[in-house]
Design a protein around this ligand. Structure first.
Ligand code: BV8
Ligand code: ZN
Length: 244
């Protein structure tokens, strides 16, 4: 199976990667499905919604600050680095990720599409104010604040700059991702349960436009039925073998 995947990758002319929470599992970041009940018995799906934020912004900010604190000390793993290396080699043209943990950027991926935003960015609920807390160096100070975070320009509540369930994905990112999927002759699908839409359309578009699908996941997923090669193992191990 690995040989077949390596051959497809070597023969590809326009390969892309589509990643989910599973690629960051070996960096110690809990997967979404793995989250269930992990934080105060809440399910992420019930907290990552505009309704939850409307109802109890304190609870939602407590959840996101807990995750930011957890993710800020996570490091990219060999799967993240392998994708950055494949891009360096000119084999991989882009990484399209559902993850909000910034680990692909930290690993050096340059053409990165974050379909669901980034947990270290905050934005105003009223005006266009946006801040990258990692870039501005205010992350620790922000996490230590007890009160609800407010916009320095207009005083409204700040929210995490991520896409919640029921919210549309950023138009440009989604459009760019669909265009890349149409051009791709191969997609490496790594660590996703493939149940969240419209992101989960990406591998289907590659397939429908004649491309090949290689899936890396220790379990079956919503993508497995369309995978040409299914590498049933953790991302780090599979990517290391693929790079040999
Ligand atoms: C929208 C940011 C409309 C927030 C996230 C019924 C049918 C179809 C769609 C829907 C439906 N009901 C509702 C919907 C829409 C909904 C949806 O798809 N729901 C699902 C649950 C059915 N989608 C939406 O709401 C989207 N918006 O549709 O808007 C609209 C349009 C116009 C105008 C108005 C409205 C928005 C979806 C985005 C939600 N935000 N994240 C945050 O992070 O806090 S999604 C969130 O869940 C994650 O970001 C991630 O993307 C997703 C979880 O998916 P995965 O990444 O796959 O992670 P998961 O834990 O599920 O799986 C991990 C996998 O890794 C597993 O397979 C595991 O086996 C594997 N693994 C584990 N260890 C390893 C590994 N793999 C490799 N190596 C390992 N070591
Ligand atoms: Zn504002």
């Amino acid at each position: 199976m690995i040989e077949e995947a390596a051959k497809l990758l070597a023969r590809s002319r326009f390969a892309i990667a589509f990643t989910g929470a599973g690629i960051s599992a070996e960096s110690g970041v809990p997967t979404f499905r793995g989250f269930n009940g992990l934080w105060k018995k809440h399910r992420p799906e019930e907290l990552a919604t505009p309704e939850a934020f409307q109802k109890d912004p304190y609870l939602v900010w407590e959840f996101y600050k807990w995750r930011m604190d957890l993710i800020k000390s996570a490091k990219p793993n060999r799967a993240h680095y392998a994708l950055a290396e494949l891009e360096e080699m000119g084999i991989l043209k882009a990484v399209i990720t559902q993850n909000v943990d910034d680990l692909h950027r930290e690993a050096g991926t340059r053409t990165l599409i974050e379909l669901h935003g980034n947990i270290f960015r905050v934005r105003c609920t009223s005006c266009n104010y946006k801040e990258n807390l990692k870039g501005s160096g205010r992350l620790e100070e922000f996490l230590a604040e007890k009160d609800l975070p407010r916009c320095p320009d207009c005083g409204s509540l700040l929210r995490p700059d991520v896409v919640w369930f029921g919210e549309p994905l950023p138009r440009r990112a989604l459009h760019e991702a669909f265009r890349l999927a149409e051009r791709a002759d191969l997609v490496l699908v790594i660590g996703t349960s493939g149940v969240v839409y419209p992101a989960a359309y990406i591998p289907q578009i590659v397939k429908e436009t004649g491309g090949k699908v290689i899936e890396i996941n220790p379990d079956e997923s919503g993508i497995t039925p369309i995978a040409d090669v299914f590498l049933r193992c953790p991302a780090g191990e599979a990517m290391e073998k693929l790079m040999r």
